[in-house]
Ligand binder design. Structure first.
Ligand code: S3P
Length: 414
């Protein structure tokens, strides 16, 4: 089925999390416009409220009174959100007292050692379930800056350390093998912090004061990726997607689709919330297979399930490697995509750190399992539309994590 029309994707999830968190740390009242309303963001709002932040709605905006955060009286539940769990663990490391954190069935299986180890070196103390999983207790207090070389690029780890670094004595420097999304660095600078950014490393020197500001969240490229793939892979499609964040640390999927022969133009470029933003005009064409390697994975990590759909629709053999991190997302996204595509009759090979997809796949109707992962559900939903295949999705409601209006928006493009 071709895609036609225009949509405005939901506001960016990563940026919205950071607006609430950084607003809670800043002096004054932060006004957040166009904040994402989704389950993951509700987890962040509740976590910050438990720490004493005052967050209220005023018409279409949120007002956050940056207050002195304090030890919470109850367990902080990060729900399904890895960003909430990891970034908040950085914040509470700098708060005197004990914070106990937990999460849902998926989040309690996701690794926390990556934040626990460096935050302990900064002076926080953690007691976590065996294997360094949630639930965990954090004793926050006096912190000192550290130099932390990350083995795997992770914006969540980098951000947790930068937020903790605001409370610390001295300089905290995070080094990454390739650049992950840099929204925290950009936003901290926008809130008046001094942040030193060099190629592949970033430093803050604490303690630092932040100043509240007004901020309007741009559209989420990770959510836009689903209609982009649908339109790009079906000849005759034409779609306009308005107001998408085009930060280069997030748009690796557009570069890959262009290599696949997709026809994508950018219009109305501007700067908003310290981020490049623009409209995407996508026209359908016959895509060809592509190779994706480790170096570019951080810039498209959340879009790989959507790119796997593009690969299934494209001519030739697509090889994705260097993406082992996909195994520790909301679910193991490598095995979830391989299982779903195999059930549909596609020829796919599972690699330890990626997958090989042979396209164009000749698909037959089948049911797939999402493992309650929003991006798996949305990937198969666009594959169904782009390939005119009946695909049963076991838990379509999990899209509420990042894109509550997903099915309405996709129906409007049909
Ligand atoms: C995110 C960072 C990425 C990404 C996640 C959101 C963020 O995780 O996959 O969806 O907002 O910082 P990692 O830091 O684990 O790569």
């Amino acid at each position: 089925m071709k895609a036609h029309g225009e949509i405005t994707p939901p506001p960016d999830k990563s940026i919205t999390h950071r607006c609430f968190m950084i607003g809670s740390l800043a002096h004054g009242t932060t006004v957040i416009r166009n904040a994402l309303e989704s389950e993951d963001i509700a987890s962040t709002r509740k976590a910050l409220a438990a720490l004493g932040a005052s967050i209220r709605k005023d018409g279409d905006s949120y007002l956050v009174d940056g207050s002195t955060l304090r030890e919470p009286t109850h367990v902080v539940d990060a729900g399904n959100s890895g960003t909430t769990a990891r970034l908040v663990s950085g914040i509470v490391s700098g708060i005197e007292g004990i914070t106990v954190m937990t999460g849902d069935e998926s989040l309690i299986k996701r690794p926390m050692a990556r934040v626990i180890k460096p935050l302990e070196l900064m002076g926080a103390r953690f007691m976590a379930r065996s294997g360094s999983f949630l639930p965990m207790a954090v004793r926050g207090g006096k912190l000192r800056g550290i130099f932390h070389p990350m083995e795997v690029a992770s914006a969540q780890v980098k951000s947790a350390l930068l937020l903790a670094g605001l409370f610390a004595e001295g300089t905290t420097t995070v080094n990454e093998p390739s650049t992950s999304r840099d929204h925290t660095e950009r936003m901290l600078a926008g809130f008046g912090a001094t942040v030193e950014v060099r190629s592949k490393s970033v430093s803050v020197t604490g303690p630092q004061q932040l100043t509240a500001r007004e901020i309007t969240v741009p559209g989420d490229p990770s959510s836009a990726a689903f209609p982009v793939v649908w339109a790009a892979a079906t000849p005759g499609s034409s779609v306009l997607i308005r107001g998408v964040c085009l930060n280069p640390t997030r748009t690796g999927f557009l570069r890959v689709l262009e290599r696949m022969g997709a026809c994508i133009a950018i219009e109305n470029e501007k700067l908003q919330a310290g981020e490049p933003v623009g409209d995407l005009v996508v026209k359908g064409s016959h895509l060809k297979a592509v190779t994706i390697t480790a170096e570019e994975v951080p810039s498209l990590i959340d879009e790989i399930p959507a790119l796997v759909v593009a690969a299934a629709l494209a001519e030739g053999t697509t090889v994705i490697t260097g993406a082992r991190e996909l195994r520790v997302k909301e679910t193991d996204r490598i095995s979830a995509m391989v299982e779903g595509l195999t059930r549909l009759g596609a020829t796919v090979e599972e690699l330890e750190d990626g997958l090989i997809v042979n396209g164009p796949a000749r698909l037959s109707p089948a049911s797939v399992r999402t493992f309650s992962d929003h991006r798996i559900a949305m990937s198969f939903a666009v594959l169904a539309r782009a390939s005119d295949t009946e695909i049963g999705i076991d838990d379509p409601s999990c899209v509420r994590i990042s894109y509550p209006r997903f099915f309405e928006d996709m129906d409007s493009l049909a």
